[in-house]
Design a binder for this molecule. Structure first.
Ligand code: FCX
Length: 436
């Protein structure tokens, strides 16, 4: 029945020794070369980052501490009447590398429930923000403001040793995760429900069900979708914009609230987390223009081609690393097939999945014509009544916190230094080439 802190402390101790030895023995081993085209090409493929929590394979997709999505779905603890992994258990897995027992998962849920309440100043701030301020801006402001009570910040200023920093970062991470559903639900209620609804945690329920309740829903199948959603988006190695930004900012020893707030700003970009909002917006426009909720294949094909001709990307398709259909897309599709197989917009998402890849494949420049997670998430949320698509990225953000906050703890435990890669001017690169 060991608790999270003691399991993690043991793991960190043994990993510190193991990795120190590894770096001493193999520190000079080369992993690859850097080409000038990569400097101009968003650093694609440059092996440069450490991520202990998950590994992304271009063909197989994500593994969380070595476990694939179907393996997690099979082996992770579930809610009493649910089949999807509890995100609280994923936090345990990403931090410690072990699948927790049901009892250990419940300990995380209980602690998050106990720490869920928001300070008054955060409530007041959120209640006074303009309703037309994007939910992601509100979200990032609220989490950033929580650093007022950061334990890490306090420890740093009171002279705590560097080797102990991870303990205080972990405490901040736990506090933040506990409060995220409350923050996110308040933003939702303020913007879309005139501030009305409940903000009380039900201590008998898990993190996802409480979040769903505070959003104003009571359908247990919607809670189950939230569990799946919050599990799937939790981590995707550390090269993506939200994880990398969080790591970069945290490497300056900014506290976890500041670092995660910065990561959320990256997640709010349309080429990253905002794509789930863009997908549903694009689908809605297609349905309107074609005059049908589930238009035929040939009409969808024409619409896709028209989108591309107008110079826009097809949202929800392509990926910087993946070269196959995202297994997170497949997991969401399996959920749709099980619970809403006849819903018209779900059927349209399936038609799009049939139509888009061959078209993108025929455009030589696109490296991955397949669907990513954002192609499917919105339609499921809409089915259960969460229709406000500009809010969707907030859900992605809550989930991503699980991975990036686990990573901050590990980077501090391993004392990874401030990130500072080398940059060049174009003239300096040209001079280098000439001098070769
Ligand atoms: N539709 C049209 N064109 C696309 C495309 C798509 N779905 N995906 C890639 N391309 C284009 C790129 O815009 C680029 O064109 P350019 O050379 O004229 O600038 C070219 O194909 C090569 O891009 P590629 O190397 O395949 O992909 P990148 O690594 O540069 O970009 C993203 C990856 C994800 C940004 C890109 O595929 C895209 O814009 N997709 C749509 C937005 C999206 O779904 N984002 C979510 C991704 C992810 F799941 C997440 O982070 O949440």
């Amino acid at each position: 029945k060991a608790d999270l802190r003691s399991v993690l402390a043991e793991k960190i101790k043994s990993e510190q020794e193991r990795l120190k030895k590894f770096v001493k023995e193999h520190g000079n081993t080369k992993l690859g070369e850097v080409k000038i085209s990569q400097i101009y090409g968003g650093m694609r493929g440059i092996p440069a980052l450490l991520c202990e929590t998950s590994l992304l394979d271009p063909n197989e997709g994500i593994r969380f501490r070595g476990f694939s999505i179907p393996e997690c779905q099979k082996q992770m603890p579930k809610a009493e009447c649910g089949d999807e992994p509890l995100p609280e258990g994923i936090f345990w897995l990403l931090l410690t590398g072990n699948i927790p027992t049901a009892e250990q998962t419940k300990m995380v849920t209980d602690e998050w429930n106990a720490k869920a309440a928001l300070p008054d100043y955060v409530k007041k701030m959120l209640d006074n923000l303009p309703k037309d301020l994007h939910p992601m801006s509100q979200f990032s402001m609220a989490v950033t403001s929580l650093n007022k009570d950061s334990k890490f910040l306090k420890a740093y200023h009171s002279g705590v040793k560097r080797a102990e920093f991870w303990k205080y970062s972990l405490e901040d991470g736990i506090t933040l995760l506990a409060k995220l559903p409350n923050i996110a639900a308040r933003i939702y209620r303020n913007i879309y429900r005139d501030g009305k609804g409940c903000d009380e945690i039900d201590k008998k329920l898990d993190w996802s069900a409480n979040y769903g309740r505070m959003l104003g829903f009571d359908d247990p199948f919607f809670f189950e979708l939230l569990r799946l959603y919050l599990f799937l988006h939790s981590d995707h190695d550390s090269g993506n914009v939200s994880s990398h930004t969080t790591h970069l900012v945290a490497s300056a020893l900014s506290d976890p609230f500041l670092a995660y707030g910065a990561g959320l700003s990256g997640l709010a970009g349309p080429l990253h987390g905002l794509a789930n909002q863009e997908v549903l917006d694009w689908i809605g426009k297609m349905q309107k223009e074609l005059g049908s909720k589930n238009p035929p294949e040939d009409k969808v094909k024409e619409y896709v081609q028209k989108t591309l001709k107008s110079g826009h990307v097809i949202p929800g398709y392509g990926h910087a690393v993946l070269r196959k259909t995202d297994p997170r897309y497949m997991a969401l599709q399996a959920f749709g097939e099980r619970y809403l197989p006849k819903y018209e917009t779900y059927l349209l998402v399936k038609t799009i999945y049939k139509v888009v890849p061959p078209i993108l494949k025929s455009m030589q420049k696109i490296k991955n014509p397949w669907a990513n997670v954002d192609a499917h998430s919105g339609v499921l949320l809409r089915y259960y009544g969460l229709k406000e698509m500009e809010y969707y990225t907030v859900l992605f953000g809550i989930s991503r916190a699980i991975g990036v906050l686990s990573s901050i703890t590990w980077h501090r435990a391993l004392q990874i230094p401030i990130e500072r890669p080398k940059s060049f001017t174009s003239d300096a690169l040209m001079k280098f080439v000439k001098g070769k």
